[in-house]
Design a protein. Sequence first.
Length: 56
Amino acid sequence: MRVCKLDAAGLRCLGCGRTLEEISRWSAMTAQERRAVVARLAARHGPGASTEGKSI
């Protein structure tokens, strides 16, 4: 999906799960910062959740 669609509150993407802050900073983040975001996404979505294959 390459375009984030925010939830009703406008705080989190319905597709990738990133917060508005993470989305806005993504292009300026280092690879290490992006990996940290992806790790947090897995923790937010619980055990067995994966962001593999998602275009975030």
